[in-house]
Design a protein around this ligand. Structure first.
Ligand SMILES: Cc1ncc(COP(=O)(O)O)c(C=O)c1O
Length: 391
């Protein structure tokens, strides 16, 4: 039987990237005591009030087809959120619900890109971008982020990566996997770069709530650029709701009309009871979630202080996000090789930096969603391995 060439390309994408994590899971199943620092998944359960809202919504019959753009009450909540954040009126015609920011990005790429167009993506990048972009038949152009510059996006690097076919830039701030948080000035410069070169700017704000140093700044909140900006965000990481698949996109009314046409073709609306739960999540405060985010910051300090004890490895305190990148280049191994040895010899699962693009090479990524003991054991074993390789 024949399949599209696209599916063949997509099928090859994830395999190498997640190989170490998958090997670690198999070891766990075989009863080995692996320290799992590979995946960024909140350990906390979703707050009870959100779960109760979804259940109540199911019980009261919120189980029918929904309006394509999203349930009016939720659209009001999201529009209000961006109105307050930006200080200008954001209407419900500027918002739509998606099953997670991942799907929102998929639909945006279908909306903004033609086959053969180029999309600039700071590298390292959230690993799923590659498949999403490939599905749009556009070409991803990596924009190197330098570890020496704490992986902060530089305008020079953008200018160098720019091609005549470039149409879109993805800005992920706070950044996965590096934890970089851009200053207001840098965000403005990035938006100006997009205006100068007539690019769309997709602002991936999945980690908006996870900032430990500096402030979160969105280019969407700078009115002069807002017409060319699409925000994607979700409650996945902020509300410990990764499996719920609840997210949204925000942009100009014109962009949203086009985007909703794509989302309706994809999904024909989304579950009303999930949208009710999302509205509840966004309009209530949860102490547990404050603690969860404070835990990430504390664990980031814990990991960076441990790593600082050795000369064989280095890392920066992440300014945001839920990961720490550890530089293992002095061992002479690639991130892939180091992560593989770390799993086989020390039973610690990390993600090789290469899984997130070329500029992640020579690093391993540690997730801060693991418990303090796991972070401590994991970092100590990273040091043991690195020192055995450098001595
Ligand atoms: C940078 C970034 N963007 C988007 C996503 C997708 O998240 P979701 O689809 O759950 O909103 C993730 C998930 O890890 C991420 O790290």
């Amino acid at each position: 039987m024949d399949f599209s060439t696209l599916t063949e390309q997509l099928m090859g994408l994830g395999t190498g990237r997640w190989a170490i994590h998958h090997r670690a899971v198999q070891k766990l199943w075989a009863g080995e005591d692996v320290v799992m620092l590979s995946i960024g998944e909140p350990q906390l359960g979703t707050p009870a009030g959100i779960v109760d809202t979804a259940v109540e919504s199911l019980r009261t019959g919120r189980t029918k087809y929904a309006i394509g753009r999203g349930e009016p009450a939720l659209l009001e909540v999201i529009a209000d959120r961006y109105t307050k954040r930006s200080g200008r009126v954001v209407g419900t015609d500027q918002v739509t619900f998606f099953p997670g920011s991942h799907t929102a990005l998929y639909a945006l790429c279908q909306t903004l890109l033609e086959a053969g167009d180029h999309i600039l993506v700071p590298d390292p990048f959230y690993a799923a971008y590659e498949g999403i972009i490939r599905a749009s038949r556009a070409e991803m152009i990596p924009v190197p982020l330098r570890p020496e510059n704490r992986f902060h996006l530089e305008i020079d690097a953008l200018e160098k990566a720019l091609t005549p076919q470039s149409r879109v830039l993805i800005l992920n701030n706070p950044h996965n996997p590096t934890g970089a948080v851009l200053s207001r000035d840098r965000v403005r410069e990035v938006a100006e770069f997009c205006r100068r070169h007539d690019l769309w700017l997709i602002s991936d704000e999945a980690y908006e709530q996870h900032v430990y140093e500096g402030e979160f700044v969105s280019p969407f909140d700078m009115e002069e650029f807002s017409d060319r900006i699409a925000v994607i965000c979700s409650v996945s990481k902020s509300h410990a709701m990764t499996g719920w698949r609840c997210g949204w996109a925000v942009g100009s009314p014109e962009l949203l009309d086009h985007l909703v046409a794509v989302s309706e073709a994809m999904m024909f609306g989304a579950q009303p009871f999930l949208q009710d739960a999302t509205a509840y999540a966004l309009t209530h405060h949860f102490d547990d979630l404050d603690h969860m985010i404070a835990d990430y910051a504390r664990r980031a300090r814990l990991a960076t202080e441990l790593i600082a004890k050795s000369d064989a490895v280095t890392c920066h305190m992440p300014q945001g996000g839920i990961f720490v990148m550890v530089d293992v280049r002095s061992t002479g191994l690639s991130g892939d090789e180091f992560a593989s040895r770390l799993l086989e010899d020390k039973l610690v699962a990390t993600m090789p930096g290469e899984s997130f693009g070329r500029s992640g090479a020579g690093h391993v990524r540690i997730s801060l969603t693991a418990a303090d003991e796991s972070i401590t054991t994991g970092c100590n074993r990273v040091i043991e391995l690195a020192e055995s390789l450098t001595s």
